[in-house]
Design a binder for this molecule. Structure first.
Ligand code: PLP
Length: 367
């Protein structure tokens, strides 16, 4: 069986470093907000090329924390897309704010900036562009609109560790940026984890306080916060893996290039690398109007695949009717019907890529 993702293979390829990191934390005896977290926050902020990193409990919490640090609260509106992980929208609602959705560009699967002006109101407090599948959203028009309307931009970088936009990494463009270290992400922990990145000292301070009950001094809350912390074990594992993130991303790009070649010509629509930046292929996502049949066929042939995401946010039972209805966001709805994520992870072999591509061709010839 070729899995769609394989976090265990990541562990195996970093086994020595990971086991040493874990043993080190166990021995030191400090398990929350210690040296490992502080060091990882510095190292990851350096990687993104921003001044501050604040480690938190998950990507969803990173978004929640960043939005709260920007002052988002009840009565505010926050713009994002319907084609994303539900965490993006959950974080907005955790602030008591109202998500306002804008459809995606069908080529990049990211926010269509031409549709943004119509969504902006006097209550718009922030925009959350999602860099989906490993590719940046088209940030310049989004940032220009935001700056001229005094709106904050919080990047959702949960799938874009290391991806660039106009030569600069995602996460270094907005007022704040949020990363997830869920095990299958391009930089993955061995549990949950996340980080907020920013260049703004005031926003960084807000985020740091909110992360731990508003404590400037232990047990004394200067503002009302809560608890969302990155733990030492996760930080140590992430430090062990960060040095190979660029090599892992290069490997993903190489495998994507192989898929591109082997699947041309083919009946599926291939992912597009937009001219404005470097894709890091968190996922290799094709489109097919017979997606469910293709997925079943691949499964019969021992090939795993997943659908990211099968239901757009506005049509999920929890949000339906509140954030939109059938037909509100046609491109997101079409993407939900057509997308399929083929196997993609750094340890995937070239032989396996050939096997997958062959199976896709066999599927199309057979019908
Ligand atoms: C994974 C992901 C999140 C949520 O991150 P968690 O760590 O799972 O909470 C948010 N947005 C996007 C685009 C994601 O892929």
């Amino acid at each position: 069986m070729i899995p769609q993702a394989n976090p265990r293979a990541q562990y195996q390829s970093h086994r020595k470093e990971i086991e040493a990191a874990i043993a080190g934390v166990l021995e030191k005896g400090r398990y929350i907000l210690g040296e490992e977290t502080a060091a990882f926050e510095r190292e990851f902020a350096d990687y993104v090329r921003v001044h501050f990193g604040i480690g938190v409990g998950s990507g969803t919490e990173a978004l929640h924390l960043a939005l709260r640090a920007c002052g988002v609260g009840p009565g505010d509106q926050v713009i994002t897309v319907p084609h994303t992980a539900v965490g993006t929208v959950a974080a907005i609602e955790l602030c008591g704010a109202m998500p306002v959705l804008v459809d995606i560009d069908p080529r990049s699967f990211t926010l269509d900036a031409t549709k943004l002006p119509a969504a902006i109101t006097r209550r718009t407090k922030a925009i959350v562009p999602v860099h989906l599948y490993g590719q940046s959203a088209d940030l310049e028009p989004i940032l220009a609109l935001a700056r001229s309307s005094n709106i904050r931009v919080v990047e959702d970088c949960a799938q874009s560790h290391g991806a660039t936009y106009r030569g600069k990494r995602t996460g270094a463009w907005g007022d704040m940026a949020c990363f997830s270290f869920y095990p299958t992400k391009n930089l993955g922990a061995i549990g949950d984890g996340g980080l907020v990145a920013t260049d703004d000292p005031q926003l960084a301070e807000n985020a740091r306080l909110l992360r731990e009950y508003g404590w400037r001094e232990r047990y004394v809350s200067s503002i009302a916060g809560w608890n969302t912390r990155l733990d030492e074990l996760q930080a140590a594992v992430l430090r062990a893996k960060l040095p190979t993130l660029d090599a892992d991303n290069a490997r993903r790009r190489h495998l994507a290039e192989m898929y591109d070649e082997l699947l041309t010509p083919s009946p599926v629509t291939l992912p597009v690398e937009m001219p404005y930046g470097q894709h890091v292929y968190h996922l290799y996502v094709v489109r097919s109007t017979r997606r469910d049949e293709l997925r079943a066929f691949l499964k019969e042939h021992g090939i795993g695949s997943l659908v990211h995401y099968p239901v757009p946010i506005h049509l999920q039972p929890a949000y339906r009717g509140r954030l939109g209805d059938v037909g509100s966001f046609p491109e997101a709805e079409r993407a939900a019907r057509e997308v399929l994520s083929l196997p993609m992870f750094p340890e995937l072999t070239e032989e396996q890529v050939r096997q997958v591509a062959e199976a896709v061709h066999t599927f199309s010839k057979g019908r």
